[in-house]
Design a binder for this molecule. Structure first.
Ligand SMILES: Cc1cc2nc3c(=O)[nH]c(=O)nc-3n(C[C@H](O)[C@H](O)[C@H](O)COP(=O)(O)O)c2cc1C
Length: 197
């Protein structure tokens, strides 16, 4: 398969679409090595990766659940419990953070975007390795208790929880045409469709 076909066919697997085992260490290293070829303004390598293996996922979920229950009054407790029990089934959790260097000529935003680019490389490498993967939000890690749980410093800004496991089945998603997102600039404020729709 060409690299482009791999990109076209990449799709996410939700936790309920995954099964055990998680990738072994050899596969995991190959997948995470893809981080090192992510675009990176200033060659800072602002990447910090924490892996939670199968054995530790339930304890991680329990600690996160307790932190949310104690500190996230705006979230309904039933929702917290449902979410954490769902995540408990993840074969592996990878927390990717931007390891922000400040002060620096490269903005914080660019460093966080470099970390996001690294996440996409992880997803593509996982696809190549036939590993199930999905990017989940790190909103939960905004709580200082959750931040600390992962041993993050103030300069480490979570960007993605990436769940990894085995695919229950290969899902091929039909992707829509890019044309409606693309424009050609024709001078001051003038945009025209780039492709026929
Ligand atoms: C920054 C970011 C945060 C995301 N957070 C979640 C999330 O918390 N829950 C979720 O179901 N999907 C989340 N997604 C979307 C999934 O990762 C996935 O892209 C989506 O389910 C569509 O599947 P696809 O990648 O196969 O098109 C997030 C994606 C991004 C880029």
């Amino acid at each position: 398969m060409s690299a482009l076909d791999l990109i076209y066919q990449r799709s996410s697997c939700h936790v309920h679409e995954m099964e055990h085992p998680a990738p072994d260490n050899v596969k995991l290293k190959r997948i995470l090595q893809a981080v090192m070829s992510a675009p990176d303004h200033g060659n800072i390598k602002p990447w910090h990766i924490v892996v939670v293996d199968t054995e530790h996922v339930p304890a991680m979920c329990e600690s996160m659940c307790n932190a949310w229950l104690e500190n996230a009054a705006h979230i309904e407790p039933g929702r917290i419990r449902r979410l954490t029990s769902y995540l408990k089934d993840a074969p592996m959790v990878v927390l990717v953070s931007a390891n922000v260097v400040e002060p620096h000529a490269v903005s914080r935003r660019d460093q966080v975007l470099a970390a996001a680019a690294a996440c996409q490389n992880i997803l593509l490498a996982a696809e190549q390795e036939e590993v199930a993967a999905i990017w989940y939000s790190t909103d939960a890690a905004e709580l200082p208790q959750v931040h600390e749980l992962f041993g993050l410093t103030k300069q480490q800004e979570p960007v993605a929880f990436i769940m990894l496991g085995s695919k229950k089945e290969q899902i091929i998603k039909k992707r829509s045409d890019v044309a409606k997102h693309c424009y050609q600039w024709l001078g001051d404020k003038q945009l025209a469709p780039l492709f026929d729709k």
